[in-house]
Design a protein around this ligand. Structure first.
Ligand SMILES: Cc1cc2nc3c(=O)[nH]c(=O)nc-3n(C[C@H](O)[C@H](O)[C@H](O)COP(=O)(O)OP(=O)(O)OC[C@H]3O[C@@H](n4cnc5c(N)ncnc54)[C@H](O)[C@@H]3O)c2cc1C
Length: 381
């Protein structure tokens, strides 16, 4: 195992799932009416399972419907047999990082010693050079060089003197805070690769939420003095990760839901939601109709609205259909030889290359790759 790649876990060996204690039910008293019929939850991704777990802990009857044969939604772990054992792939790279204590406590309650604390290492590939990310002052000066650095500073100074009047789009918002040169170098192509739309079509309020806390000066400060206290969320230096990938969180949560008396029905797509007044009262699957105390749908709004009967008003259907989603493709490769790089992932800012990010799964958790003579990468499109 390469240096810096070892698991930072309290135990060296995986915990035996058989020895796992049943979770403790909470003492909070739930509304007695919720005990007569089950709460029906659509989708066994992180949202649906978390809702189911919290309700079953209160002793409430719950049924989760999952269309696929695996839990975890887009945060599942894909597993394939290969030389030396099971290869595990994350559909992307799922960092478990939150500033909400309640959420952090919940993740630890589920994963316990299987929740590894992982160091973050990532770089930006730009103009055939690798820049450390989070940025480091000395590295930026060296890699950008005096000419490009001067251009970036001048472009920043210019926008401070003459800011763009309107801030409707992502492009205008970022240029006003970083200057056009930095925007063209480091924001434009990667953002377009990730979101699949031109930066001029992304709204400014999304940028404000997404890059919250990051400004020219905070980035420069973090580059020279460090991101103290993980002030800037995109620059965090450590994160948690389940030993066997993100899906382990949701598989373990599913076991706990079932031990607490809840049901998780696999290969059971919901096909229709029966609405009476303003409430969903029944849920249809291909084989059965279920009466509900309450219904929680974790599906994309477009799908939830599309299944409602009677049909919602035309303007509601049109609004739901108008929501756009981004297709995402990850190509996972098992390669002969050592890891190609030590990073968890590398951002590919080169505009002439279509791939957006390359993951190195062993750096996320060494338990993802069973054979030391193989490397596993995920290419995101
Ligand atoms: C590349 C990438 C990287 C990411 N990185 C991070 C990260 O670092 N940290 C982080 O916190 N988040 C990350 N995310 C986001 C995270 O994956 C999602 O926020 C999370 O999975 C959403 O969970 P969900 O339960 O709302 O939906 P989903 O995960 O989409 O789950 C919905 C579930 O509903 C099921 N379903 C669909 N239709 C039906 C039906 N008709 N009947 C029954 N079941 C149905 C689906 O099969 C699925 O299992 C990343 C996402 C991507 C794509």
């Amino acid at each position: 195992m390469a240096d810096g790649n070892s698991a930072h876990s309290p135990t060296d060996e995986p915990a035996d799932p058989e020895l796992r204690a049943v979770p403790t039910p909470t003492q909070e008293l739930a509304d007695p009416e919720l005990r007569d019929k089950p709460t029906l939850i659509i989708g066994a991704g992180p949202a649906g399972l978390t809702a189911a777990y919290l309700l079953t802990k209160q002793g409430l009857p719950v049924i989760v419907f999952e269309a696929e044969d695996q839990v975890g939604g887009i945060a599942k772990t894909e597993v394939r047999d290969g030389p030396g054992g099971k290869y595990r792939f994350d559909l992307g790279g799922h960092r478990f990082f939150t500033k909400v204590q309640e959420v952090d406590d919940l993740w630890h309650e589920i994963m316990r010693e299987e929740f590894l604390k992982r160091p973050r290492m990532s770089r930006i590939y730009w103009r055939k050079r690798f820049l450390d990310y989070p940025l480091r002052g000395a590295d930026v000066i060296k890699k950008l060089g005096p000419v490009e650095l001067t251009r970036c500073m001048a472009s920043y100074a210019w926008v401070k003197i003459r800011p763009k009047g309107r801030e409707d789009t992502f492009e205008q918002w970022v240029i006003n805070r970083f200057g056009k040169r930095l925007f063209d170098n480091f924001f434009r192509s990667y953002t377009e690769k990730v979101w699949g739309v031109p930066v001029s079509e992304i709204r400014a309020d999304w940028a404000a939420q997404r890059i919250k806390g990051l400004s020219f000066f905070s980035a420069a400060k973090a580059a020279f003095f460090g991101n103290k206290g993980d002030e800037i969320k995109t620059l965090i230096g450590e994160f948690h990760y389940p030993r066997y990938g993100p899906g382990q969180m949701w598989e373990t949560m599913t076991d706990d839901i079932q031990r607490l008396g809840g049901k998780v029905l696999m290969n059971t797509p919901v096909t229709k939601l029966e609405i009476e007044g303003s409430r969903c009262v029944r849920v249809h699957t291909p084989d059965e109709v279920y009466e509900a105390a309450n219904v929680i749908s974790s599906l994309p709004l477009r799908n939830t609205v599309g299944m409602a009967e009677p049909r919602p008003k035309p303007e509601v259907i049109a609004a739901a259909k108008g929501l756009r989603y981004r297709d995402f493709l990850t190509v996972s490769l098992v390669l002969d030889g050592e890891d190609l790089f030590p990073d968890n992932w590398i951002y590919i800012h080169e505009p002439d290359v279509e791939v957006g990010r390359i993951q190195n799964f062993r750096s996320w958790s060494p338990w993802m790759v069973p054979d030391d003579s193989k490397a596993c990468v995920g290419l995101e499109y």
